[in-house]
Design a protein around this ligand. Structure first.
Ligand code: CTP
Ligand code: MG
Length: 226
C-alpha cells in the first residue's frame, strides 16, 4: 500500500521579509500563507497525511490556522535551519509512509495538480522535484568575478518545492548528510537522479514585494474581487 506524507516547512524567521512578523503568518486575500500551503497539500488526493513544522512561538497560531484541515496531521517544532526542520519533519512522518514530499510553506501558490504531479513522479522515479525553467542567459564568473562563459540554458532549471522521495531513499540521504539548501542536494550527494516536474506560477515568498505578485496570481486564478 502506498502512503504519501507531506512535510510542510514553516519554521523560518523570514529575515528578508519583515523584522516584526514572519511571512507564514501573513494573510493573502484573507487567508494566511501557512493555511494556504497546508490546504493545497491536504486537498491533493495522493497526500495521505501532513507533518507541519512550525516555530515554537507560532505553535498556538498554527493550531488555530490548521484546526479544520481535512487530512490527518501533526504539528511539530522545527530547528534552526531549513535542513534541521526537514529532518525533524521526516522523523515525525507516520510509520506506514512510503513516500514523503517536502514543501516550503513560503510557496503557498502551488496548485493541487502541481502536488499531484510531483507525487506521481516520485512513484515512478523514486525522486522528483518541482522546478521552473530558466529564462535568462546564465553566466559563469571567474575567481576575479568577471564573466567568462555562458551556461547551456537547456541543461539548467531552478529548484522549487515540493521535492519528493521514496522514504527509504530519503532516509539514506539524511544519514551522513552534508550542509545543504534543499532536499534534492541530499539525494544528489548519493549520486541518485531526481525527475524535474515543471511547475508554473509557484513563486517563493521571500520579500514583501513577493506578496504583491502572489496576490496578482491569486486574482488571476479568480480569487478575490478581480
Ligand atoms: N524554514 C524552516 N525552518 C527553518 C528555516 C526555514 O522550516 N529553520 C522554512 C521556511 O518557513 C520556509 C522554507 O523553509 O517556508 C524556505 O525558507 P526561506 O524561504 O528561506 O524562509 P525563511 O528562512 O523564513 O526566510 P529568510 O531566509 O529570509 O530568513
Ligand atoms: Mg531561510
Amino acid at each position: 500500500m502506498q502512503y504519501c506524507t507531506a512535510v510542510l516547512l514553516a519554521a523560518g524567521s523570514g529575515s528578508r521579509f519583515d523584522a516584526s512578523r514572519t511571512k507564514q503568518t501573513y494573510s493573502l486575500l484573507g487567508k494566511s500563507v501557512l493555511r494556504r500551503s497546508a490546504e493545497v497539500l491536504a486537498a491533493c488526493p495522493l497526500v495521505d497525511a501532513l507533518v507541519i513544522v512550525v516555530r515554537e512561538d507560532e505553535t498556538a497560531f498554527s493550531r488555530g490556522e490548521l484546526a479544520d484541515l481535512k487530512k490527518p496531521y501533526k504539528i511539530v517544532v522545527g530547528g534552526k535551519t531549513r535542513q534541521e526542520s526537514a529532518a525533524i519533519g521526516f522523523q515525525n512522518i507516520p510509520a506506514e509512509s512510503t513516500e514523503v514530499i517536502i514543501h516550503d510553506a513560503a510557496r503557498c501558490l502551488i496548485t493541487e495538480n502541481g502536488v499531484k504531479e510531483v507525487v506521481c513522479a516520485v512513484r515512478k522515479y523514486g525522486a522528483a522535484s518541482a522546478v521552473t525553467a530558466v529564462h535568462d542567459t546564465v553566466k559563469t564568473l571567474s575567481d576575479e568575478g568577471m564573466i567568462v562563459s555562458t551556461r547551456d540554458r537547456s541543461r539548467l532549471c531552478l529548484a522549487a518545492t515540493p521535492q519528493g522521495f521514496s522514504v527509504p531513499l530519503y532516509r539514506r540521504a539524511l544519514a551522513g548528510a552534508p550542509a545543504v539548501t534543499d532536499d534534492n542536494m541530499l539525494v544528489e550527494h548519493l549520486g541518485e537522479k531526481i525527475y524535474p516536474v515543471y511547475v508554473f506560477e509557484n513563486p517563493k515568498i521571500t520579500t514583501p514585494e513577493d506578496m504583491l505578485y502572489a496576490e496578482f496570481l491569486l486574482r488571476k486564478r479568480g480569487e478575490g474581487n478581480v
